[in-house]
Design a protein around this ligand. Structure first.
Ligand SMILES: Nc1nc2c(ncn2[C@@H]2O[C@H](COP(=O)(O)OP(=O)(O)O)[C@@H](O)[C@H]2O)c(=O)[nH]1
Ligand SMILES: [Mg+2]
Length: 448
């Protein structure tokens, strides 16, 4: 049966090994608001690992390893790496946005130290989790009255017609305002307003499910909105739905996904904040802070039970670094550090390790030098998404610190979107990237 003693001992080793060491899974949540780059990040991460060339040389253990994709065991939808990769590598386009939780499992096999022991195996599960839904978890702290009051006060500071219309509409509500029709209308008006604000680069919008309903689109569970307590009948109906929503959707479904996560990556589109001015930036920071309230053990005692044994590492990642020149990368890193500084300090108190990185998951541009009026400028070259042709642009100087509201000149930060480079990838070449290897090392380096 076994040709030699070596083969026999290997087989025995395998059996012993498998009994004593079941394959462990490290769960990693990839979070961030929509368009922050989650889908592209996960696609690139899988691609780098499957086709790794250099990763082994930078990770701590420097052991060769094999990676295979496994089907998710949970009920979550599968992250469709192969289709996404094809859209980017073959069609040189960006895939459409997604609004669902998806998951993928990668199994790693690393060479064992002794030939008679089988190779060691472990798994990581990557979960694409909409940041909008994490904002809803922060709502669990608030009663319907508190949430309404907070949201209405926040809206009063927004100088947009659609927001003013909503506020005046709810101001007109009376005790006689009741019935399905008015419930639907108010809910719809609030949802439309959130969608408008989202398109205008506001981030801290709740409930996030109104923006990314997924399987709850048109579900009556979502038929509520913030109103003043005076219109009692409508108020009561909305309050009941709000409480039902928090209990049955946010707590039982959205929060449940977070149970057992070991690590979290928070993707941030800082370039969007810079381009859209101080209020967009301030709102993004508020949104981030609100998302990170997940970890606030002291304020939310029962949440602590869910998380304290789980997440131990959070990496904040600023995406799309290829939209600026290499010479600006240090400033970009400084902006990221500034943005998350207070959040990191808070996480540190809770013994959660943090890290920050600027990356490009799929690098679309090259930095090139151009002469302009006697000066040499650092420019970027790539395929403009607007013009669908190759362009060379001067993206301007990135500040090393966020400007004050008075000094914030949005015209100075005129970044363009680029399409994936028109290169033919052969089968073994991973996406061109910036710092994906460093993120991988920081995220899972010690497991390898
Ligand atoms: N230039 C560039 N654009 C990127 C990169 N990653 C994402 N994007 C852009 O950001 C958009 C949103 O990315 P996506 O991953 O779909 O965001 P998600 O909503 O967080 O999943 C993409 O369609 C691209 O236009 C990158 O590495 N470089
Ligand atoms: Mg996505």
């Amino acid at each position: 049966m076994f040709n030699n003693i070596k083969e026999l001992s290997k087989k025995v080793g395998e059996v012993v090994d498998n009994i004593s060491r079941p394959v462990s899974t490290t769960k990693i949540a990839i979070t961030g608001l929509s368009r922050s780059g989650k889908t592209i990040f996960i696609t690139s991460l899988i691609d780098q690992l499957l086709l790794q060339k250099k990763i082994t040389s930078i990770t701590s253990r420097k052991q060769p390893f094999n990676v295979t994709i496994k089907s998710p065991t949970t009920l979550i939808k599968r992250f469709d790496y192969y289709s996404l990769k094809k859209i980017i590598k073959e069609y040189h386009q960006w895939p459409d946005g997604t609004d669902d939780i998806t998951s993928t499992i990668l199994e790693f096999e690393t060479k064992s130290r002794y030939s008679f022991l089988s190779n060691s195996k472990f798994r990581i599960e990557l979960i694409d989790y909409p940041g909008e839904w994490i904002l809803d978890i922060a709502m669990m702290d608030l009663s319907y009255e508190q949430w309404s009051e907070k949201t209405i006060n926040w809206m009063k500071n927004i100088d947009e017609e659609i927001v003013k219309e909503y506020l005046s509409r709810i101001h007109e509500l009376s005790d006689n305002s009741k019935g399905k029709e008015i419930e639907n209308k108010i809910h719809q008006q609030y949802s439309d307003m959130l969608a408008f604000l989202k398109n205008n680069h506001y981030s801290n919008l709740t409930p996030g499910r109104f923006l990314m309903p997924s399987d709850l689109a048109h579900d009556p569970i979502l038929c509520f909105a913030p109103i003043n307590p005076s219109s009692s009948s409508l108020h009561q109906v909305f309050k009941e739905r709000y409480e039902y929503y928090l209990e049955n959707i946010v707590k039982k479904i959205q929060l449940e996904h977070f149970r057992g996560f070991d690590r979290q990556v928070v993707l941030i589109d800082i370039i969007e904040a810079l381009q859209n001015g101080y209020s967009c930036y301030a709102d993004m920071v508020d949104g981030l802070r609100s998302m990170m309230s997940l970890y606030d053990h002291r304020k939310k005692f029962f949440l602590a039970q869910w998380f304290s044994s789980a997440i131990k590492k959070v990496i904040f990642v600023a995406t799309k670094a290829d939209l600026i020149t290499v010479s600006q990368h240090n400033n970009y890193q400084a902006l990221l550090n500034e943005m998350v500084d207070n959040i990191r300090k808070k996480l540190d108190v809770d013994h959660i390790v943090t890290d920050t990185r600027i990356i490009s998951s799929v690098k679309c541009t090259e930095t090139v030098l151009r002469e302009h009026e006697g000066k040499t400028l650092s420019c970027i070259q790539g395929i403009s998404a607007k013009e669908n042709k190759k362009v060379v642009l001067y993206p301007g100087e990135m500040p090393h610190s966020f400007p004050s509201p008075q000094e914030w000149d949005v015209k100075a930060y005129n970044y363009e979107m680029f399409l994936p480079a028109n290169i033919s990838y052969n089968d073994n070449i991973p996406f061109d990237h910036i710092n994906m290897d460093k993120v991988i090392d920081s995220l899972i380096g010690e497991l390898l």
